[in-house]
Design a protein around this ligand. Structure first.
Ligand SMILES: *Cc1c(COP(=O)(O)O)cnc(C)c1O
Length: 458
């Protein structure tokens, strides 16, 4: 049994330490990431001793947690500009604590009626936002599983007996090379093989060229995948033109909006998703721009029955009636976490408006970076950013090495991406604490660590 007093004490310590951690992170008073090697870390944290002997106490936990937090990566830090992972907000963090303590894996209603209903209502809200009033959805552990789930639903529509009989050899999926790798993985997992992917023509920035969509006569097309936005560049495909093209040919139109769907909450930016309502399916990651911890991703389909058909040949419809409902038939997972509660609490605390303001602020900060950097000597920005993702280069030296130097300094955490075969530095503005001062400091540091032309000095 839980010792309630010990739990209350330890939880209080966790909250105190986390509060101090987020506070110093937000103020940028500490390095944004630690890069100690694993052997050293195992010793520092006493991992083997704790595993072998147990006996943690609240006081020891405080010491352990403090060190654990110090040796990690700080997503609330203004200089955290790396992967598209949410800088989590505290209502969602509270939901993680609730789930950790209650463990209501509510894929079946009897295992957590309140959590299941919270998921259902969050999905209803998301379906409304993307323009699927008759649609259905489910939350999964991440966008990659969400893309796989969508591909299963699309396959069931194209070839209803594929679940029993396997896949015919002539199915194809149309996708740009800039699509997230989970799309091509899903194609192979489904048994189509990589040869089933027909690469769509793109412009020099990797966007689907909507004027050069392929001739598909004689082909059995399972789905066309467009991005909103592309992971690498943060740029959006022309959903309206592509969606209309799909409609005219009765082709399943999938919009991978894992990152960008949250812009639907910002009146200033929702136009980027213009045409999303033409989609047959959309995925939307809450653990990117809705500020929940990883993972909480939504699969949303225009026709509810399409999702129920994904995992069986005979679709049975979900009823939200007196008996409750089981979402288990819509997911790869059997047991799953209380994902809806995380999204719900962020919404309940901040409101749709507050979350939309967050998205607008991050997109705005990324745009500022472009404004501040584009006229600086040696910097190249290949496009004006549309979201909170920006690619750029400095000088002609090795950009990956430049990134390593910036990270070794502990001052900035950023990523890199290939664009037109050329390696670029890439930032994603996730933390609300990132401001003009951070951006200027980053530009200065890049110029300082890089070399303006020629090769980089050793
Ligand atoms: C992040 C991302 C994914 C994958 O989502 P995970 O939650 O990391 O599995 C898929 N598509 C796009 C466009 C993404 O940005």
């Amino acid at each position: 049994m839980w010792n309630i007093e010990e739990f209350v004490g330890a939880a209080g310590i966790a909250v105190e330490e986390l509060a101090a951690y987020v506070d110093e992170s937000q103020r940028g008073a500490v390095p944004v990431l630690a890069r100690r090697p694993p052997g050293e870390l195992a010793r520092l944290l006493g991992l083997r001793e704790w595993i072998a002997e147990g006996g943690m106490t609240p006081d020891a936990f405080r010491e352990f947690l403090r060190c654990f937090l110090r040796e990690g990566t700080r997503l609330h830090h203004p200089a955290y500009l790396a992967h598209q992972t949410a800088s989590p907000d505290f209502p969602a963090a509270l939901a993680d604590l609730v789930h950790g303590a209650t463990n209501n894996p509510m894929a079946i209603y009897e295992m957590g009626a309140a959590a299941a209903t919270a998921e259902f209502e969050v999905l209803r809200w998301m379906l409304g936002k993307v323009g699927f009033p008759e649609g259905g959805g489910v939350l999964t552990h991440g966008g990659s599983l969400a893309n796989l789930t969508v591909m299963l639903a699309a396959r069931a529509r194209a070839v209803p007996d594929a679940w029993d009989e396997g896949v015919p050899g002539d199915l194809v999926v149309l996708a740009p090379p800039s699509a997230h790798y989970s799309v091509s993985r899903a194609v192979s997992i489904l048994g189509l093989g990589q040869r089933a992917i027909v690469p769509l023509a793109t412009d020099e920035l990797g966007r689907i060229d909507a004027g050069r969509l392929p001739d598909v006569s004689g082909k059995r097309v399972m789905a066309l995948v467009a991005g909103a936005c592309a992971t690498g560049t943060g740029l959006h495909d022309d959903l309206r033109t592509i969606g209309q093209w799909c409609r005219e040919r009765d082709i399943w139109f999938h919009v991978d909006a894992a990152h960008g769907a949250s812009a639907l909450l910002s009146p200033e930016h929702s136009g980027l998703l213009d045409g999303i309502e033409l989609a047959d399916s959309v995925i939307w990651d809450a653990h990117k721009m809705l500020r929940t911890s990883a993972l909480a991703a939504a699969v949303l389909v225009r026709r509810e029955g399409d999702l129920d058909a994904a995992f069986q040949q005979e679709a049975s419809y979900l009823f939200y009636g007196d008996q409750g409902f089981d979402l288990i038939n819509r997911t790869v997972e059997c047991t799953k976490a209380e994902l809806g509660l995380k999204i719900f609490l962020n919404l309940a605390w901040r409101g749709e408006r507050g979350l939309g303001d967050y998205v607008a602020a991050q997109y705005g900060t990324a745009h500022r970076f472009w404004e501040l950097g584009r006229d600086r000597p040696g910097f190249v920005f290949p496009y004006e950013p549309e979201s909170n993702i920006v690619c750029f280069r400095y000088g002609t030296g090795d950009q990956a090495l430049l990134r390593e130097r910036l990270m070794d300094s502990g001052r900035f955490h950023l990523t890199s991406a290939e664009l037109g075969g050329v390696r670029h530095l890439r930032i994603t503005v996730m933390a609300p604490a990132t401001d003009d001062k951070t951006l200027e400091a980053l530009l200065d540091a890049v110029a300082e660590h890089g070399s303006p032309g020629g090769s980089m000095e050793a």
